[in-house]
Design a protein around this ligand. Structure first.
Ligand SMILES: Nc1nc2c(c(=O)[nH]1)N[C@H]1C(S)=C(S)[C@@H](COP(=O)(O)O)O[C@H]1N2
Ligand SMILES: [Mo]
Length: 200
């Protein structure tokens, strides 16, 4: 059964702070939003390829990811189709721990996924803000429909930036639109500023 309570106007108050960005409502059932079929990626075959400005590739395999320091974290997530979920709990590895000093002069990242989805964001949003490669959701292995074995999670931006089935981070000097960005969605996607579409 799905339980949906709508936020009120400028934001649903919870513990004194507005936790729901403008135009969003709260849902408690985790919707699945995918542009295509769910890739079935075995952990033994999974890899995350970080491509630097010179085109050199640093490859993280599943055992590499498991050896990296992980964090359990609880965040609110906001989809541009107007649902938000509060206090979702995940486990993952900080993107900054994976990128290390590969950034060089790069300013932007183009994120690639199994299945072909892409999304772009400023590199600083991946390394200076909270951003993780997440592989557990609410204490269980992340299920394939939600991006398992591992997805990007960047909770301060609309959830289309949180690429499911991530398998690459390409570093660039210039911003390059990803899948939804090329179709008219906002280049950055701050939910608190309602940056839904280009020009917002
Ligand atoms: N690879 C991939 N990642 C993706 C998408 C997608 O279609 N493919 N959809 C995005 C969108 S629009 C949203 S709202 C969230 C949805 O995540 P969920 O299906 O776990 O709710 O994933 C994002 N990441
Ligand atoms: Mo979305």
């Amino acid at each position: 059964m799905s339980v949906i309570s709508r936020g009120f106007g400028g934001g649903h108050r919870n513990g004194g702070g507005a936790r729901i960005p403008p135009g969003q409502y709260e849902t408690r059932d985790f919707p699945v939003l995918s542009t295509g079929p769910t890739p079935q990626v075995d952990r033994s075959k999974w890899a995350l390829n970080v491509t630097d400005l010179e085109g050199a590739v640093t490859r993280w395999t599943w055992p590499d990811l498991m050896r990296a320091p992980s964090e359990k974290f609880t965040v609110d997530i906001h989809c541009v189709t107007k649902w938000s979920m509060l206090k979702t709990t995940w486990r993952g590895v900080r993107v900054s721990a994976l990128l290390g000093d590969l950034a060089g002069e790069a300013e932007y990242a183009l994120v690639r996924c199994y299945g072909g989805y892409t999304t772009n964001l400023p590199l600083s949003d991946l390394v200076d803000r909270d951003a993780w490669i997440a592989y557990e959701y609410e204490g269980d292995n992340l299920k394939a429909p939600h991006g398992g074995p591992a997805r990007l999670l960047v909770p301060h931006l609309y959830l289309w930036k949180s690429a499911k089935w991530i398998n690459g981070i390409e570093l660039h000097v210039d911003d390059q639109p990803g899948f939804w960005e090329a179709l008219g969605y906002h280049g950055y996607g701050d939910p608190w500023l309602e940056q839904r579409y280009a020009g917002d």
